[in-house]
Design a protein around this ligand. Structure first.
Ligand code: SF4
Length: 181
């Protein structure tokens, strides 16, 4: 897997100061995409051990609230397979820090069901490490710059391990009227 960028003090993609990994490769090609340079799976540089060590060092800072995975498309199956051992290790080292992930796939249609087009042998374990999944493609006609942590109003914030199961927490993290949560 290649990556396009690593941001060690990101405040735009989840709560608090986060360490964000922008993976390369996305097959959605949403019109108006904020990051079309990441569509090519060969864009950027290989994501290797040095990059992983750098991210773990950044996550060790007290002010770092967690890790965010975005892109590109972290849930392209080839990216899931590459991300799984890295995210497993991140959670082992930093169990109290949250993991957020962004995807253009729809969780309950494409990712969670065994027959979903983004479901592969890595999916269930990868999802077990993700606290909040922001799902759905960017839809230009639903773009709203007042929305927090998302580009269009169709995108949902799913708490994957809430008591009782998956919980739609969109209004909590990114109110549809643009209020600050
Ligand atoms: S899923 Fe994200 S990276 Fe991929 S085309 Fe849509 S907005 Fe761009």
């Amino acid at each position: 897997m290649n990556y396009s960028a690593i941001k060690k003090c990101d405040i735009a993609n989840g709560p608090g100061v986060r360490v964000s990994l922008f993976v390369s490769g996305c097959t959605h090609h949403c019109p108006g995409c904020f990051n079309p340079g990441t569509w090519d799976f060969d864009a950027g540089e290989p994501f290797g051990e040095k990059e992983q060590r750098d991210i773990f060092a950044a996550l060790a800072a007290d002010y770092a609230e967690g890790l965010t995975l975005l892109g590109g498309e972290p849930f392209e199956p080839e990216n899931q397979r590459a991300l799984l051992p890295f995210v497993r290790e991140a959670k082992r080292l930093f169990p109290s820090k949250s993991v957020w992930a962004y995807t253009g796939y729809v969780y309950d249609r494409d990712i969670a069901p065994p027959g979903g087009r983004a479901h592969c042998e890595a999916t269930d374990e990868l999802l077990s490490f993700v606290d909040v999944l922001v799902d759905g493609p960017f839809v230009e006609s639903l773009k709203n710059i007042s929305l927090r942590f998302r580009g269009s109003s169709n995108q949902r914030f799913l708490e994957l391990h809430a008591p009782g199961g998956v919980k739609d927490a969109t209004e909590r993290y990114s109110p549809s009227d643009g209020r600050r949560a």
